[in-house]
Design a protein around this ligand. Structure first.
Ligand SMILES: *Cc1c(COP(=O)(O)O)cnc(C)c1O
Length: 459
């Protein structure tokens, strides 16, 4: 039986103006629609189990083997195995290093893909799944809000995929110079729009567009982490790291620098699939709405979000919080209103979250370089500091800390702190010479809508 997908808002019958979506859809529908008609997020009604023997047999094998193992468990009724194998081999053609740091602590470098961010893992698989599963002859318009890395990963993954147009919205003043270069220079079927506003506003405009019936003829779809197609690929590297490092059945700690919580959600799903995860550590930057909820029991989004060095995590209300709450029996909507609180004690058993300030982020970049000769960028540094706070000196645990972007994406910070210039990874060699202009728009829904309707006329 294929897994079906339900909406996180399905139980909100008592909310005025909201018609809860009580049906379920297939993976293909969830992938192509992005979000449920009631603005909830799609969730699998069953979580398949992986067996530990199967995981152990992946040791020493290429990343693609783990990817097939995990993806087949989810998609066996939805995507033919041979198609899935082809998609995976094509998507994962770059290294996934596990770097030893000290004791039993490792850094999983997810920064070796074409745009040097971990978002390549999800975007490349999702783009190929969409292309394979869309109706023949059906044009799609992918609309995505980005605080930097999603946009370039998604844009790159869909570049020149026929039948798919991509529009990327980013906050003009919140992306680094190199992130802007990456976004503006993709071209062809990929248009970048730089908005006079914050990331949250970009995200809100995108959500408004999805809910607008007048845009239905565009076949808009989302590539943000609200799309379940982005979550599935993000379960894989936890299983991969475990298979490479852990001895039969032992537990492992993961530290995941968190913004919209899609990455961490991949780990939570992996645990529910049977991966022996001792703790999911979810450090955030100064946007501390989630750790504050875990300690105080009341959830209050932060609006507007606070601008921090780890700019891809400047999120005042993580979109995937709805999925975390759902997994633990609660419901929160997209505005940040909690309708039913989840089981917080159960959540704390499995999840540790803490806020890391910009000053601590800088100190950590310095300290990790001085002590271990390892270069971190701000997101990875937040993860490392959060891991240390969780361990509090308990140094025997097997731990994997995720580095989600390449230090060369943040040359200013790294140069200022370490007085060295991070070497460009092969994928970024020609970045400074790239050309391209974004379209500038005010942060207003009407302006975006006009633009989107015009693209329709061009087709
Ligand atoms: C997107 C991003 C994050 C946050 O990931 P979420 O899945 O949104 O929690 C962390 N680091 C980098 C470099 C990112 O691009």
């Amino acid at each position: 039986m294929a897994i079906r997908y339900y909406s996180t808002n399905r139980n909100l019958s008592f909310v005025e103006g909201l018609k809860p979506f009580k049906e379920t859809v297939t993976f293909r529908e969830a992938l192509l629609q992005g979000q449920a008609p009631d603005e909830g997020l799609f969730m699998p009604d069953t979580i398949p189990l992986l067996n530990l023997g199967g995981i152990a047999s992946l040791k020493g094998k290429p990343y693609a083997e783990t990817a097939k193992f995990v993806a087949r468990a989810f998609l066996h009724g939805d995507v033919p195995s041979s198609v899935l194998s082809h998609i995976i081999e094509d998507a994962y053609n770059f290294p996934v290093p596990l770097e030893h740091v000290t004791q039993r602590k490792y850094i999983l470098r997810l920064d070796q893909g074409p745009t040097s961010s971990f978002k390549d893992f999800a975007a490349r698989m999702m783009a190929r799944l969409m292309s394979a599963l869309r109706d023949e002859g059906q044009n799609l318009h992918v609309l995505v809000a980005t605080s930097g890395d999603t946009g370039s990963a998604v844009g790159d993954a869909f570049h020149n995929v026929s039948g798919i147009r991509v529009t990327i919205l980013y906050p003009r003043h919140e992306v680094s110079g190199r992130q802007k270069k990456q976004l503006d220079s993709i071209g062809d079927n990929v248009q970048a729009i730089s908005l006079d506003g914050k990331f949250d506003q970009c995200q809100d405009l995108v959500k408004e567009a999805f809910a607008d019936p007048e845009l239905a003829p565009l076949h808009l779809t989302s590539a943000n982490s609200i799309n379940f197609g982005r979550i599935l690929p993000q379960m894989i590297y936890y299983v991969y790291a475990y298979a490479q490092l852990a001895a039969g059945g032992e537990e492992i700690v993961f530290s995941v620098p968190s913004g919209n919580f899609g990455n961490a959600l991949g780990c939570e799903f992996a645990r529910r699939m049977g991966l022996p995860v001792a703790k999911l550590v979810m450090p955030v930057n100064e946007n501390e709405e989630f750790p504050r909820y875990l300690t105080e029991g009341v959830y209050q989004k932060i609006s507007p979000s606070i601008s921090c060095l780890s700019n891809a995590m400047n999120v005042g209300h993580p979109s995937n919080l709805a999925r975390f709450f759902d997994l633990f029996g609660g419901t929160v909507d997209r505005t940040g209103h909690v309708h039913v609180y989840p089981d917080r004690e159960e959540m704390k058993k499995h999840i540790f979250s803490v806020s890391v300030t910009d000053q601590e982020t800088k100190d950590t970049i310095n300290q990790v370089y001085r002590d271990y000769g390892v270069i971190l960028e701000p997101h990875g540094a937040v993860a490392w500091r959060g891991l240390e706070r969780y361990l509090a000196g308990n140094d025997d645990a097997l731990c994997v800390c995720l580095e989600t972007a390449h230090p060369a994406k943040f040359p200013e910070e790294v140069e200022e702190l370490l007085r060295l210039t991070p070497e460009l990874p092969p994928a970024m060699q020609d970045i400074d010479a790239k050309q391209g202009e974004a379209l500038n728009l005010p942060a207003s829904y009407d302006a975006l809508k006009d633009y989107l309707l015009k693209t329709r006329q061009e087709e």
